[in-house]
Design a protein around this ligand. Sequence first.
Ligand SMILES: Nc1ncnc2c1ncn2[C@@H]1O[C@H](COP(=O)(O)OP(=O)(O)OP(=O)(O)O)[C@@H](O)[C@H]1O
Length: 573
Amino acid sequence: GGTLALTVVAGAAPASGAWLTMLLVDELTSRTASAERAAFLAVASALVGGVAIALLYLCGHLGEVVRQRVAVTVESRLFRRIATLPGLARIEDPAFHDRLRLAEQAAQEAPGTISQFTQEVVRSVVLLASFTGALLVVWPPMTLLLLASVVTAVFARLATARREASTEEAWVATDRRRLFYRALLTDVRAAKEIRLFGLGSLLHTRMVDSLATVSGARLAAQRRGTVVQSALALLGAVVAGAGTVVVALNVAAGRSSVGDLVLFLGAVAGVQTGLSGVVLQLGEAGRAVRLFGHYLDVIGTPDDLPVGAEAPGVAAIELRDVWFRYSDDGPWVLRGVNLTIPAGAAVGLVGVNGAGKSTLVKLLCRFYDPQRGSITWGGVDLRDLDVVALRARIGVVFQEFMTYDLTAAENIGIGRVDALADRARIVAAAREAQVADTLEALPDRYDTVLSRTHADEERTGVTLSGGQWQRVALARCLMRTDADLMILDEPTSGLDAEAEHRVHETVRRHAEGRTRLLISHRLAALRGAGLIVTLAGGRIAEQGDHDELMNAGGEYARLFRLQADGYQDVGVN
Ligand SMILES: Nc1ncnc2c1ncn2[C@@H]1O[C@H](COP(=O)(O)OP(=O)(O)OP(=O)(O)O)[C@@H](O)[C@H]1O
């Protein structure tokens, strides 16, 4: 409201200034000129000019306040939707990422642009109304001429804005590649390979090529806009020139005063500057509104999984004829998996690379739904369960577990967010994962930031070894002391043999009575599991305990002997 009132006053100020100037000129050119009245008018018009400028700054500031508030709200809504998407389908979809980029851009630009636009329009309407009065007095047809040139300018600007927005949409994928190469070039984890394989200039070239393509397209859209705008500016000048000639002739013929000419010139200049501001803002606003559509799309994105409401109960898990593929035109990864994981059992899952082991894990966490068949948990289909409650019952060390640039305590504690401040529990989890000694030896013990890049001034950052990180990830999983299902997807690949043995001991002890799913390529590590399952060709190929599978003499027995021989050979050498 305040902003609006100020805008109205600021909009009226230039016209009042011009009016005062006209009075001043008329006063000076009249035969009964008074020095005092002239001085008063001069001071008044200067004052109005000064106030107008101050008001403009004030309006600018108030506009900024509104802009910042709206920007926070809008960004918060956008990322709340991202944070609450239940599945992985959208996050894995590049088109969704492009839309998100446009949405974010809109979220940042639109609030400012639209509030600026509103201010500009209000100011210009007032300005136009006040100057139009002056024009009507001096030479009425000028009003119509100006109006016509305004309408043309508005339409031209809107067309340009539309073109700019579609350029933005068309090139967002190319720009995504630029950001990808940019991220690679600055990624600490990629730095070793980039240097060793000499990829620096390759990535740099690709990044710059993408950038050049996009900026070329942007420039082309801009160039067309500039041509149109320049033509319109020329048209405006012609209109203004013609009007000035008409009024000047009237002054010469004694039909109008010199003051009228001054007022007329002021009015034309005022109207044209005011309008060019509005037309410029209109373009920005048009572009912002169009991009804002992407924002609305993202916050209106439907859940990528239907979400049920039932609470998960006893954890006996059954997979019945489960078929799954990642996309509708992709190859089937699971082709009719039938498997019962008894409550409280330790199950080993074996299979060659790409057999679908990690995919099975992702289905158990319900990041996706199978296309055919069903997975039930304690007799209830996963689709009918509350997905948040389900995940709270599962502890997982993913094959691609995360290393967070947080403190050691946080890296473990986030395994159970509500226990983030529970140091005793964090230390206990670290002990079980055999990483407590390492963490206690760090400069700030558990408060050491586990990162080299994000260390701040007071705290030094350190980097752990691959195996140490794996133990931290295991400790994070062990924070879920009450989980019904523990899944270790090759958590031991970076550990030495003795450490791996101890991890399995720990899990066996820690997870006594819980259902455990253990995935490893080192078959010896799974030997103690009550049930071992091999996955091949998207189906369960064999199942049984170690002895049964060895007696059956199938793929498991072959692989086990191969690995055992390997170890023996090392022993002989
Ligand atoms: N997010 C994904 N999108 C599309 N395809 C995927 C995705 N993740 C895995 N795949 C494909 O699914 C198949 C099974 O992969 P999965 O990771 O489940 O195998 P795995 O048995 O865990 O293998 P590994 O022993 O190498 O870890 C592979 O062919 C892989 O290309």
